[in-house]
Design a protein around this ligand. Structure first.
Ligand SMILES: Cc1cc2nc3c(=O)[nH]c(=O)nc-3n(C[C@H](O)[C@H](O)[C@H](O)COP(=O)(O)OP(=O)(O)OC[C@H]3O[C@@H](n4cnc5c(N)ncnc54)[C@H](O)[C@@H]3O)c2cc1C
Length: 435
């Protein structure tokens, strides 16, 4: 719960900074304006300035959040931060593109804004920053195709972009002289430096983390296989976390997230992988001894609270975090009930059934819910996980923590069901496998 409090405090601080910045921008732009003769050219001019200022603010936050995402993982989950950044990058791109377009529309002079004249350095650097921005955006869009090394070098361009834009904003923006504006620039500058330091320290630490090699690739069901890796050094993680996996192979450099199935006490790292596309097909073809680059652990789909009972609801390969979480509890004699509701199409699609059936502890109960199978297992239900099933198997609904990991349709229906059952939102944790 403390994590949620801290996460809310960070979001509040960010919102306060954004609102403060927007007020300062609005004051700087509209303060000296004469609203008597409002011309279309003036409106374009205002919009150009506003787009430039907000675009610079967003760009700085984007670079900062990219550099520090691994730090903020502990509050929000790295996957969620990255998914948010993708949307945020789109908004930033629209603003940065709009900045010169509105000025061109306002002055009807194109070349002044697109060809850098280095005798007017602040403007020239602004134009150069614009072109660097286009290169970085194009590289980000082609991220999956370019080598990781090239991507690292391109990343340095983002700092060039920031410093060019900052110089442009401070020395060209006619409204940058006031102290509130300077405070904003100073905060962004310090945040960027902090981000660079954190990123460099993380990269250095990662180099000493040791390498990971394939021990085994084992088929579990028609669609899912287990990838087992052995690590040179002990890999410390919490049950429920995930890692980014990369392969040093042509066109497969991009990182892909996979949840750790093994428990923190085990010496090897296991992942349950569902074959989806190019990357997962390449994982299936790996041979014993091949190297896999592992970055992690990340994620907050962990179960630190040892007082409340736990309800784990899994669909298909979404069982992955729960195997780790359940096995982690085997080592620990806490008085905490765990109910696993595991939905698959057929009995043959149940992954790690032997492991699950082998757990006979009194604190653990499991139910297989089969949507497309008439077989009747020891404890099973037919159809999809619904309100009746939850009421039948979960003894203490209002005081349990619900963890959900499965397909989109399952998550949507479960959110509705738990709402009807009056489960507090704070007690619902959802892991999203969509990437
Ligand atoms: C935090 C997190 C943890 C994850 N853990 C696991 C795990 O333990 N095991 C596992 O198998 N996967 C897991 N995933 C999903 C996994 O990362 C992706 O399935 C994988 O990266 C797909 O790569 P690909 O190149 O094989 O397929 P792509 O070429 O990227 O995708 C192939 C096709 O499948 C669709 N697709 C991709 N991913 C999904 C998805 N998850 N659900 C539905 N459709 C999809 C795409 O839209 C595309 O049409 C996790 C994702 C996240 C965010």
């Amino acid at each position: 719960m403390l994590i949620k409090v801290k996460a809310n405090a960070i979001i509040t601080a960010l919102l306060v900074f954004l609102i403060f910045s927007l007020l300062v921008f609005a004051q700087a732009i509209f303060n000296q304006s004469d609203f008597q003769d409002l011309e279309i050219a003036l409106i374009f001019y205002w919009l150009g300035k506003l787009a430039g200022l907000i675009g610079f603010l967003f760009l700085s936050l984007l670079i900062f959040s990219g550099d520090t995402a691994r730090y903020f993982d502990r509050f929000f989950g790295l996957d969620k931060i990255i998914k948010f950044q993708r949307k945020f990058a789109l908004a930033t791109m629209i603003l940065v593109l709009a900045h010169p377009i509105f000025f061109i529309l306002s002055s009807r002079s194109i070349f002044f804004y697109i060809i850098p004249d280095f005798s007017v350095l602040p403007l020239a650097l602004g134009i150069m920053a614009f072109y660097v921005f286009i290169i970085v955006m194009a590289a980000s869009a082609a991220y999956k195709r370019i080598s990781y090394q090239l991507w690292q070098y391109l990343h340095i361009f983002t700092y060039v972009l920031f410093f060019f834009s900052l110089y442009h904003a401070v020395n060209w923006g006619s409204d940058s002289g006031g102290w509130p504006m300077r405070i904003i620039y100073l905060i962004l500058f310090l945040a960027l430096i902090g981000g660079i330091i954190y990123r460099t320290a993380y990269k250095l630490k990662q180099r000493s983390a040791g390498k990971f090699y394939v021990r085994e690739v084992k088929s579990e069901t028609k669609e899912v296989f287990t990838l087992t890796l052995k690590a040179e050094k002990k890999f410390v993680f919490r049950a429920g976390q995930f890692c980014f996996l990369r392969l040093n192979q042509n066109k497969l450099y991009a990182r892909h997230p996979f949840t750790i199935v093994s428990s923190p006490g085990e010496s090897e790292l296991r992942f349950a992988v569902k074959t989806q596309g190019r990357f997962t097909r390449a994982l299936l073809k790996l041979k014993s001894g091949d190297e896999v680059i592992v970055d992690g652990p990340f994620g907050i789909f962990t179960a630190e609270d040892r007082a409340k009972d736990l309800v784990f609801i899994a669909g298909g390969v979404g069982i992955a975090p729960f195997i780790s979480l359940i096995k982690d509890r085997l080592a620990d004699k806490k008085n905490q009930q765990v109910v696993l509701l595991y939905g698959t199409r057929k009995a043959a699609d149940i992954i790690y059934r032997e492991e699950l059936d082998g757990i006979k502890e009194a604190w653990f109960a499991k139910v297989y819910i089969l949507s497309n199978d008439s077989s009747c297992l020891a404890v099973s239900e037919a159809g999809h996980i619904n309100q009746k099933i939850i009421e039948k198997y979960v003894p203490n609904i209002s005081d349990s923590l619900f963890y959900i990991c499965g397909p989109e349709s399952m998550k949507t229906s479960l959110k509705e069901i738990l709402k009807k059952l009056k489960v507090n939102k704070q007690n619902i944790m959802i892991e999203d496998f969509f990437w």
